[in-house]
Write a protein that binds this ligand. Structure first.
Ligand code: BES
Ligand code: MN
Ligand code: ZN
Length: 493
């Protein structure tokens, strides 16, 4: 796919399909007015006959006939013109691209980007358009024996812009492409079945990024090295599984040598049965998504490299399965973490914090500018925030604020959760330094509290993406979140 910024007006540019906004009460945008004049009033005609009302997300495909600069006009409802905000703009863009995907045209130009959108400048409008294209056109067919007609007719998508804003719009396109590709990577890795997307498969995909990007390097540790590092908590989770664990380290060197890196740690449980504290059967297949934090780390490193960000970034991925077996960890086992603290494992299904705590200890060697972990950590976070916002927990207000602001700007929203010391009481163990569960109450917070004990002096934040990493029901599949939030955060550094 080729994405371009187009500077001419709608009446002057030839294209197979012009995507043109129309508004409530028969109001035309500039592009619609220009094409209306070039087509003998075709657009006013369909608006007057109420074939399209102008509600947000409505579409109507017109064949204007000879004399028109475009073979088709795709009208897109955008609601009242003076109330076009980012949300309506996203919805209209999404509907337009979905309609475009049902056609066989090879090229198209969208004039939606010329409209005034509240809280979105030319850069943001272009970026949202490209992100939306990636999102709408995403298909996961690689496990079907007949992938269907996945061939994309569209070869080139133009976005209209004012000449004065061409540069900003082009930057939006570049960012949208990097974000769109990183999100697709995260969705693919999430959607792949757990018998394919294993720890060693994640290593292969990480190596793939390093092969394409000169400034990215990858190291993958195996069981002997993990043992040597004395990662007792990580080892306790993997010990019931026949699938070998991996500890992956990605380094992107885009910043000054010696500049402190942004370190991302991702939970990479490629399947979570719960272990001996086994989960109920219903919906257990969804626990293939328990590596979405790890996938996000790969996505962030790939995205940062494609954007050539002037930062040093480290991605750390502890990855294994959580299985029940004769060698599995028992409830009641006590293990020693890499940091030296002992943990009483009262529930083997609280495994994410066990692999993350050792990875966070490992991360300390980088003296992070910020240490951010991303994890499908708790069902309790889904109860608290649903599927709209990810949970943010942090020991540093400035870091939490920056992440929340990035989520807001990127429409990939998050919500800060508390971490008061009192919650830590729930993690007391009679026999070890701490327990790995804190009881029924405030489950997302006690999980985060457990992690906070391993943050050291680093400014640390934890993103609980259990509710936001994938959709259920008929739209079941990975969402690619929180890639937009994380790349926005890095772009703002
Ligand atoms: N991977 C799960 C969390 C999860 C559950 C994510 C449902 C998305 C949907 C995690 O490992 C887990 O099992 N957490 C337990 C913790 C409990 C045992 C303290 C949970 O949330 O029930
Ligand atoms: Mn679990
Ligand atoms: Zn889990």
């Amino acid at each position: 796919m080729k994405f371009d910024i187009k500077l001419g007006g709608a009446a002057e540019q030839t294209t197979a399909c012009a995507i043109v906004p129309v508004f409530a009460n028969g109001v035309l945008g500039d592009a619609a007015r220009a094409l209306d004049a070039a087509t003998d009033g075709l657009i006013t005609d369909v608006l007057e006959s109420r074939d399209i009302k102008g509600d947000v997300g409505e579409t109507l495909l017109l064949a204007p006939g000879a004399g028109s600069p475009c073979r088709r006009i795709l009208l897109v409802g955008c609601g009242p013109r003076d109330r076009l905000d980012r949300r309506a703009y996203r919805r209209a863009t999404r509907a337009a691209f979905a309609a475009l995907l049902r056609t066989r045209h090879a090229d198209a130009i969208s004039y939606l980007t010329l409209e005034t959108v509240a809280e979105a400048d030319a850069h943001r409008k272009a970026r949202i358009a490209i992100e939306t294209w990636h999102d709408v056109s995403y298909r996961f067919t690689q496990m079907k024996s007949e992938p269907g007609d996945g061939s994309r007719a569209l070869k080139s998508l133009g976005l209209a812009a004012d000449a004065r804003q061409a540069r900003a719009a082009r930057r939006g396109v570049t960012e949208g492409e990097a974000i769109g590709r990183a999100s697709a990577l995260v969705r693919d890795l999430g959607n792949l079945p757990p018998n394919v997307c294993t720890p060693s498969y994640l290593v292969e995909r990480a190596r793939g990024i390093a092969r394409r990007e000169r400034k990215v390097s990858v190291k993958a540790l195996g069981l002997p090295e993990i043992r040597k590092l004395r990662m007792g908590a990580f080892l306790a989770v993997t010990q019931g599984s026949a699938e070998p664990p991996r500890f992956i380290i990605l380094e992107y060197r885009g910043g000054k040598p010696g500049a402190r890196p942004y370190v991302f740690v991702g939970k990479g449980i490629t399947f979570d049965t719960g272990g001996i504290s086994i989960k109920p059967g219903a919906g257990m297949d969804e626990m293939k998504y328990d590596m979405c934090g790890a996938a996000s780390v790969l996505g962030v490193v790939q995205g940062a490299a494609e954007l050539k960000l002037p930062l040093n970034i480290v991605g750390i991925v502890p990855t294994c399965e959580n299985m029940p077996s004769g060698t599995a960890t028992r409830p009641g086992d006590i293990v020693r973490t890499m940091l030296g603290k002992t943990v009483e494992i009262l529930n083997t299904d609280a495994e994410g914090r066990l692999i993350l705590c050792d990875a966070m200890t490992y991360a300390q060697r980088y003296k992070p500018a910020a240490l951010i972990d991303i994890a499908t950590l708790t069902g309790a976070c889904v109860v608290a925030l649903g599927r709209v916002r990810s949970g943010v927990f942090s020991n540093t207000d400035a870091l939490a604020d920056a992440l929340l602001a990035a989520g807001q700007a990127a429409d990939d929203r998050a919500w800060r959760m508390p971490l008061d010391d009192e919650y830590g009481e729930q993690l007391k163990s009679n026999f070890a330094d701490l327990a790995n569960i804190g009881g029924r109450e405030a489950g997302a917070i006690t999980a985060a509290h457990f992690l906070s004990r391993f943050a050291g002096d680093a400014p640390w934040a934890h993103l609980d993406i259990a509710g936001t990493a994938w959709n259920q029901g008929s739209a079941k599949g990975g969402t690619g979140r929180p890639i937009p939030l994380l790349l926005e955060y890095l772009l703002s550094r």
